[in-house]
Design a protein around this ligand. Structure first.
Ligand SMILES: Nc1ncnc2c1ncn2[C@@H]1O[C@H](COP(=O)(O)OP(=O)(O)OP(=O)(O)O)[C@@H](O)[C@H]1O
Ligand SMILES: [Mg+2]
Length: 250
């Protein structure tokens, strides 16, 4: 799904990434943890093609991204990569529904289909009654759920999230984290999540530790199956038919 080979990156004389090799499989929820300044955000931005490495190769969904022209790369990013940031970054003048529809419009999806997808995602996020609210009329947790819906609207190969629950209180945090595992279980959605939240990291399928620009350890969850069962059992009952999204992904 994602292959990184010997990724290096410096800002001036500061070497921030020192030869990163990493493989991420479809349907995995992977967390990246490590001290401030370790290079986590830089790595995520490079993985998301928002920044370029000095050396190395990035293959996402079979595509070597360095081989794409600027325009094709922007298209690829729109189609295949979803982003969730610490602060939602929703557009303030648009409603929740419109914010979710925007990446679909950019990707050339017609209004009717974009609206159908956005409505379905809002329902999945249990936010149907907030569809017409602007970001300033939503709670922090609601805004982040809209941001996740926006990241999903084009059915990306991977969702990259940089401290997605960093600005939330513990209840909204838990709810957002459950949502990631729900999406993994139902849609086989792949997530790479940079987080300082130990409870989230402990729930993910793999935790990658990063120190000073290097990956120092890569722990797979030993009891993935039992963890999955636990998160599924804790999830609210499905009110959303994910089959249509699933079908379109194939
Ligand atoms: N555009 C830039 N120009 C110069 N230095 C940068 C730039 N972006 C990041 N850095 C430096 O690179 C290092 C790694 O930054 P990065 O944001 O990747 O860290 P991080 O692991 O995400 O930290 P945090 O947990 O605090 O978010 C830091 O020392 C930072 O100051
Ligand atoms: Mg960071």
């Amino acid at each position: 799904m994602i292959q990184l080979r010997n990724i290096t990156k410096s800002f001036g004389s500061l070497q921030v990434l020192r030869g990163i090799d990493l493989d991420i499989n479809q349907g995995e929820v992977v967390s990246i943890v490590g001290p401030s300044g370790a290079g986590k955000t830089t790595l995520l931005q490079i993985m998301g093609t928002l920044d370029q490495p000095d050396t190395g190769q990035i293959i996402i969904d079979g595509q070597d991204v360095s081989k794409l022209s600027r325009k094709k790369l922007a298209q690829f990013r729109n189609q295949r990569i979803g982003f969730v940031f610490q602060f939602h970054q929703l557009l303030p003048e648009f409603t929740a529904l419109e914010n979710i529809m925007i990446p679909a419009f950019i990707g050339g999806i017609g209004r009717k289909e974009a609206q159908r997808r956005a409505t379905e995602l809002l329902e999945f996020m249990k936010l149907t009654d907030r569809a017409d609210h602007k970001p300033s009329e939503l709670s922090g947790g609601e805004k982040q759920r809209v941001a996740v819906a926006r990241a999903l609207v084009n059915h990306p190969a991977v969702v990259l999230a940089d401290e997605p629950s960093g600005s939330l209180d513990s209840q909204n945090k838990d709810e957002l984290h459950r949502l990631f595992f729900d999406l993994r279980d139902r849609l086989k959605q792949t997530f790479v999540i940079v987080t300082h939240d130990e409870s989230l990291a402990s729930m993910t399928d793999r935790t990658i530790h990063m120190v000073d620009g290097c990956l120092t350890s890569d722990e797979s969850s030993e009891s993935l199956l039992s963890k999955k069962d636990a998160t599924t059992m804790n999830s609210p009952s499905p009110s959303f038919n994910t089959n249509s999204i699933q079908d379109e992904k194939q």
